[in-house]
Design a protein around this ligand. Sequence first.
Ligand code: PLP
Length: 453
Amino acid sequence: MRPEHTSSISEQLVERSLKAVWHPCTQMKHHERFPLIALSHGKGSWLYDHDGQRYLDAVSSWWVNLFGHSNSYINEALKEQLNHLEHAMLAGFTHKPVIELSERLSALTSHQLGHTFYASDGASAIEIALKMSFHYWRNLGQPEKKEFVCLKNSYHGETLGALAVTDVALFKDAYGPLIGQSHIVASPDARNAVNGQTPQDVATLALKDLEKTLQIHQGKIAALIIEPLVQCATGMAMYDPSYLVGARQLCDQYQVHLIADEIAVGCGRTGTFFAVEQAGSSGIWPDFLALSKGISGGYLPLSLVMTTDKIYQAFYDDDVTKGFLHSHSYTGNPLACTAALATLDIFANDHVIEKNKILSQSISESFTWAKNDSRIEHFRQTGMILAFDVKEDVCSKTFAKEFFKEALAQEVLVRPIGRTIYIMPPYTLSADELNILSKGIENALQLVLSKKV
Ligand SMILES: *Cc1c(COP(=O)(O)O)cnc(C)c1O
């Protein structure tokens, strides 16, 4: 033990942080037992603390980082933009980065979603999509369409509006009296299969449940919100793409908007740039598509909602109250848009979607040990997300935290969700790093499970 007066820089920073910084999604008292790490810098897949310890960022720092920390291409783009314009209000003014980003995103949807509205974080993008959907129906003379439908175990952010379409008791129950009500329908989570059902069977059953709700509440529902292909925050629940095709059809049939929350699954995470591209043979397009997290390469807070010309036109009027009444101070921030443009450059120049097909195959192969481990169930993968569940009877209540701590000791940053271990690494992960990652998780699991008697 060090005497107090010679505590390391790391220790000093941790102490100051615990005094002055209120950390997110954290019971601060738990830091009496679990580590807080003061980072000094990041490079590529690695984060470094002040003691020279390194951690492989296997969760892309809460799923935002796509091309590594301190990426030289994005760094240069930002430095160049700093010489021109750091920020200006987007009401009454515009600038090249926001125009170019909107045009390039539109092109990525074959111009199906040609109008983009900006905010700074994911939850705000969800607020925007919900408000826009309601306001669209109001502008059309149908203000009674004001209810929303979401999936069981959905997560769409933690502001009050986003919580209304989120089905996570931990985040929701405490604030129940403040939150609006939504209709929660069955999740197509392939793990729900019983008696030899296929993932497609599970999706078909979930669509039946959706149709029932749309039928009962006909004329009252504004939108259905889903996370395409993977429900990430509640444990990487993966499902059959036929659900997306069916949901699109039902939304059309019952005159309900489809909101695709691609905040986590967008930007190539599932194997295509947008997850909805994997629906059916040619994909589907939602009425609203929300992006955040990866869109700025993990550099700056940026979120956006893309929508159709049909919806845009319903707001286009001489009457100011028919316009979309929403704004954030940092809307369309030029630096954030520049980081996003550099991110899109890397996708195009480095053929990232193609290369990720090979990388995701290597990821699958390097976790062969997990496929064969009898303590593990529901091994699954969608593109650059790999997940498996540790069986309930072998892990303790504090498994997630114990595993996090043990993995850090193996130089790997992974944060299990309950008993689901998952990785969502940067797309720049090397073969050596993948090896360290897989071995680190295997060792940490061994250590944690052997502790529990
Ligand atoms: C992270 C996330 C959000 C919320 O984004 P924040 O930037 O954390 O507010 C919303 N939806 C999904 C699917 C997410 O993963």
